[in-house]
Write a protein that binds this ligand. Structure first.
Ligand code: AMX
Length: 435
């Protein structure tokens, strides 16, 4: 018997009953008001969704089932050298709300290994694409191509009872997450290493095996992957990749379609693609300035020239956060511990000093602080993962943990089709005229 599935079913059954009773008693209570600015402004801050796996506070940052990122590093089972948390443990925590034991995490690692076989046709789909296809396009297509294997789609065709939707969704989630490192590594090796692929190493944990298949050896890089795949996993439900996965899933599209939808949202430069944009922007700056170690004044001039050409400073700002992102700080802590003399890392830290006051002086940027994407590129470049158009795929592998565990919850709690209301400007004008 699958202990995680059993536990999930118990927890979900209890919460479903509780929610039913709560809705019966309080269903008509008001929880929010909406302004015209929010309607035109990308629905910022409007409470419209339940997302059990994590919650974002503008000041404190993300908490996964109540645990902050520094707390997670303390309480989650770690890699073999006991330094960085294993993302398997975070998935367990998000799915059932409990910190797993070493044994439970070991079980999960083994489960994902047994489920990690990628169908042959997915490799064929990838191999049929031009090598210069963006890695996120390859990633999204590879995920969609595995939809042929969906347990949910098969069971739906057979006439599954609504009450059981969560079961094949759990199976799809586990199978899909198990396969993502192999797919991502395949994309990396075919795009940048002449298709010289590396077989999985089944003796390793999920992140260690991923690092191995990418072809980057060394315990420190494996630790970076453990940290990276943990901190990018979830950021409550309103961000574009989570929300897109949630929306697609609400139509009872299966986990494969839903995650592919989420990944297409992650591929945008205002969202996950920002991690490639940051390092590209830094290298362009170093080229333009003709130095690897620019002064703060030189950086400030370059920042101002980027802004005056009508572009954003990638890696800075956030739709919800109003402080430096704890995910940025976690990566800074890693860099301080492992690679504090790295030249690109030092540039990232100088940018951290220079950019916030400049953005603040514009008077319109709500959060002048760095987000998760401001630091990751410098770490990856240090260990030899220099091909920055691949970076968002790494983000996607991690993000799957959060959005798919949330998808399991959505099916277990019986959430309906998502269908918010839209209005026209004509409607807004006539409503204003009546106010
Ligand atoms: N550089 C320059 N201007 C910025 C800025 C930045 N980093 N961040 C925000 N602004 C501008 C906006 O473009 C907007 O200008 P406008 O009124 O002329 O259109 C104004 O400040 C107000 O925006 P906001 O309310 O502060 O931000 P938002 O909620 O609309 O957008 C975000 C948030 C992340 C899209 C925005 O800060 C941004 O574009 N940042 C750079 C891209 C980035 O790093 N994205 C990654 C975010 C994290 C993630 O999802 N991975």
């Amino acid at each position: 018997m699958d202990p995680l599935k059993t536990k999930f079913n118990e927890k979900a059954t209890a919460l479903r009953t509780e929610i039913r009773a709560m809705l019966k008693e309080h269903g008509n209570k008001k929880f929010d008001e909406v302004t015209l600015k929010q309607i035109y402004g990308g629905a910022r801050g409007i409470k419209t969704m339940i997302w059990e796996t994590s919650q974002l506070d503008p000041i404190e940052g993300i908490r996964f089932r109540g645990y902050s990122i520094p707390e997670l590093r303390e309480v989650l089972p770690k890699g073999p050298d006991g330094k960085e948390p294993r993302p398997e443990g975070l998935f367990w925590l998000m799915l059932v709300g409990e910190i797993p034991t070493e044994q439970e995490v070991k079980w999960l690692t083994e489960q994902w290994l047994t489920r990690s076989h990628v169908p042959e046709h997915t490799f064929k789909v990838l191999d049929s694409l031009p090598v210069n296809t963006h890695p996120m396009t390859q990633f999204s297509l590879a995920i969609a191509s595995m939809q042929t294997e969906s347990c949910f789609a098969r069971r739906y065709d057979e006439g599954i009872d609504k009450a059981d939707y969560w079961d094949p969704t759990y199976e799809d989630t586990m199978n899909l997450i198990a396969r993502l490192p192999r797919i991502a590594a395949y994309i990396y090796r075919r795009t940048y290493h002449n298709g010289d692929h590396i077989s999985p190493d089944v003796s390793q944990d999920w992140s260690g095996n991923f690092a191995h298949m990418l072809g980057i050896e060394g315990d420190d890089f494996k630790n970076l992957m453990r940290l990276y795949l943990t901190i990018h996993a979830d950021h409550e439900g309103g961000n574009a990749s989570a929300h897109a996965t949630h929306l697609v899933g609400s139509t009872l599209s299966d986990a494969y379609y839903s995650l592919a939808g989420g990944m297409n949202a992650l591929a945008g430069p205002l969202h996950g693609l920002a991690n490639q944009e940051v390092i590209r922007w830094i290298f362009k700056m170093l080229d333009a300035l003709g130095t690897k170690s620019p002064s703060k004044e030189q950086i400030a001039d370059y920042v101002n020239s980027t802004l005056s050409s009508g572009q954003v400073i990638p890696g800075y700002g956030h739709a919800v956060l109003r402080q430096p992102d704890p995910r940025f700080m976690a990566q800074k802590r890693f860099a301080e511990e492992y690679i504090k003399d790295d030249e690109v890392v030092k540039v990232v830290w100088k940018i951290f000093d220079v950019v916030p006051p400049i953005l603040e002086s514009l008077g319109k940027v709500k959060n002048p602080w760095p987000n998760v994407d401001a630091h990751s590129g410098a770490l990856l470049v240090h260990y030899g993962l220099k091909e920055y158009s691949f970076y968002t795929v790494l983000f996607g592998v991690s993000r799957a943990l959060g959005v798919l565990s949330a998808l399991c919850w959505s099916r277990a709690l019986g959430f309906p089709l998502e269908r918010p209301k839209s209005v026209t400007t004509e409607w807004v004008k006539s409503t204003l005229a009546k106010m």
